[in-house]
Design a protein around this ligand. Sequence first.
Ligand SMILES: [Ca+2]
Ligand SMILES: [Ca+2]
Length: 432
Amino acid sequence: MKSTHCRCRRTDLPGWLRSMSGAALMVLLVSLVAAGVLGFSAAPVVAQGGDSGPTVAGAPGPNGEADADDLGPVNPRRLHRLVVSVSPPDTGRVIKIPDKKWYRHGEVVILKAVPAKGYLFDRWTGAQGGPVTRIVMDRNRRVVAHFVTVEVELLLDTRPWGLALEAFTLSPKPIRILPTDDGRLHAIYRRGTFVTILARDVDGHEFVRWQGDPPMDGPIVPEWIFDNPLRGYKMSRNKRLTAVYSRPLPVHARLDWDWVYQNTRVATGWQHKCVLKIAVPQPADSLTNEVRPYEVSVTAHPASQGEVRIEPTRNPFVWYIRGGKYDEQRTGNVILVVRVKSRPVPALDSTSAVLPMPGEGATLAVLKVRPLGDIDGNGEANDIDMMLMKMHLAGKETPGYSVRHFDQTGDGRVSRYDVWMLTQAIEGLPIP
Ligand SMILES: [Ca+2]
Ligand SMILES: [Ca+2]
């Protein structure tokens, strides 16, 4: 339904109308509307089913699928529509108390989400709280009740593939285990169950770590969970988890320095860096690390506070860790995750083939990113740092501090320019 708006200006009106006073004009307009002359459509009148509230003088929305804002125009009597639905379809229903088409402004409506068999209430959109909640009708509202299945699947697998049907012990026992045609274990649990999963060693394969969905709905990365058994694995949804088996490879990593300054674009380039050296044990029939077919990766763990630039070199066992950008990136501890994995090597011939140390492993290294000028490492550049700098330049003893602490430019020496940079840093002024 389309309402008709009078866009006429008084100057467009005939002379006899233009000459009328405002009040007289209004009286005339009202009479014309009443007589249906000006073409205003009469609004539908919606019965209120025993409610003593006013009748509706606005247009209802086009259909139930529109956005809440489209449910109908704001009507002069301040009545609102409430459209409820469920998602996915046919997984339950929503009861409105009271159940009406139109609600008075400010009226409270109780909503009850009733799941169908095999489903549980999950959450609302357009409302808050549990399966029974209330909303205040201060505007047109659309509310969706989301339901989820009671049963969820824990899909367990192994790497290398093929051990899953022998490897796992589950506690509590699943509701049932689905027949498998893919070599994986399909265990069915009631949603919300906390499961303890043990991955047993099978045929000389040793458990290394987990891979897949995290135990809880938080940020813990399962690649770095080595716990076995894995306890408290929450079946909040369908989940997949793989037990990675291998001969674990001991990995060692060492940084030449446990902190690094941030870098500026011009004054330091990217000169503030630490060197990360990685090593794995040599098998008796040794190849050197350089030719051994290892895959090495270094990443910053998501829990890191500071930001760094991680840079590989031509040697896969040597990496540069550079401080982030001055004044732009975060400072604080950075956890470096070092992963080393041997790759299968094609045998040159059956008698002379030398295999790499098989397996894979990981280790952590931690360094701190300091703001430029933070000589004493307390987290900021301030007068104490300047005092230390002046003592160093005056040739006084500053035990525990080296050129590396004072060298803001990263050029290996301490000069007046380093003092200027420190001054800028303390004043909070930009350093190019
Ligand atoms: Ca400081
Ligand atoms: Ca310098």
